[in-house]
Design a protein around this ligand. Structure first.
Ligand code: NAD
Length: 286
């Protein structure tokens, strides 16, 4: 039987989540996605109207099928955690069962189990503020949406993951080297995510024979990255300074992700794997 993947953090065809979904679909996996509730309507409408058909194309000419799109807000673990103003917000009121626990339960009811869990989401409301000017609530929101969301997803999905399965997330080198402009606690959130990758690899490995890795990706002009404000500068910096002077394609990250969750990577767990044209290795470029 083919493998089944749940990919959290797909809301258009520009980001890493979409590229990972495509690479997994090309390798024969069944694709389920989790889409942020406020973005759900436009994503489903665009899908239905064929707006993504060009980018749904797989190497064999067929179109990627998304078996089901689940509304998800990974900041909330269960219904009891959702504040009243969110419950009644009109963008949320139209959907239901979008907390992490409920999504895992619904996937279990729908399909029984999954093999692959992908976390491709992040959010930092104060990302444009220097760390020194970040508020407590902004910092905690960044860590909640970008780091704890992964713990919560794995915690709730692990019981329905088939042994031998794998999970990955996406991180950024601002966790270990200073990148002015990647603020609001997002650098801290990525540092937590990478540390958690090691600890969760141990725990999920022992508990469920599941591998856990994270990809430290180079810059991509996704929707989320554009919100940071200087993504074009980062892409140009990488082009000039990296060992490989070429554009980094989302598909290259997608392919690396497909490798990492496949049996080809059966002894790799707890790792931060760079997919960045080698930029992380440079100290001084000439
Ligand atoms: P993206 O906009 O495609 O993906 C981010 C997704 O997160 C969006 O679909 C958004 O709707 C979703 N999201 C935000 N808050 C959420 C929540 N509370 N619950 C559920 N979903 C939520 O952008 P991307 O750049 O492809 O980001 C994917 C991952 O890649 C992120 O972890 C990001 O930090 C990481 N990354 C990106 C870059 C880059 O340059 N773009 C570099 C390294 C790592």
């Amino acid at each position: 039987r083919g493998k089944r993947a749940f990919i959290a953090g797909v809301a258009d065809d520009n980001g890493y989540g979409w590229a990972i979904a495509k690479a997994l679909a090309a390798a024969g996996a069944e694709i389920l996605v989790g889409t942020w509730v406020p973005a759900l309507n436009i994503f489903e409408t665009s899908l239905r109207r064929g707006k993504f058909d060009e980018s749904r194309k797989l190497p064999d000419g067929s179109l990627m099928e998304i078996t089901k799109v689940y509304p998800l807000d990974a900041v909330y673990d269960s219904l009891e955690d959702v504040p009243e103003h969110v419950k009644t917000n009109k963008r949320y009121a139209g959907s239901s069962k979008w907390t992490v626990k409920e999504v895992a339960e619904t996937v279990k009811d729908d399909f029984g189990s999954i093999d692959i869990l992908v976390h491709s989401l992040a959010n930092g409301p104060e990302v444009t503020k220097p760390l020194l000017e970040t508020s407590r609530s902004g910092y905690l929101a960044a860590v909640s949406a970008s780091s704890y969301s992964y713990i919560s997803l794995l915690q709730h999905f692990l019981p329905i993951m088939n042994p031998g399965g794998a999970s990955i997330s996406l991180t950024y080198i601002a966790s270990e080297r200073t990148i002015p402009g990647y603020g609001g606690g997002m650098s801290s959130a990525k540092a937590a995510l990478e540390s958690d990758t090691r600890v969760l690899a141990y725990e999920a490995g022992r508990k469920g024979k599941i591998r856990v890795n994270t990809i430290s990706a180079g810059p991509l002009g996704s929707r989320a990255a554009k919100a940071i404000g200087f993504i074009e500068k980062m892409i140009e910096y990488s082009y000039v300074n990296a060992p490989l002077q070429k554009e980094l394609l989302a598909d290259e990250v997608g392919n690396a992700a497909a490798f990492l969750v496949s049996p080809l990577a059966s002894a790799i767990t707890g790792s931060t794997v760079y997919v960045d044209n080698g930029l992380n290795t440079m100290a001084l470029a000439v």
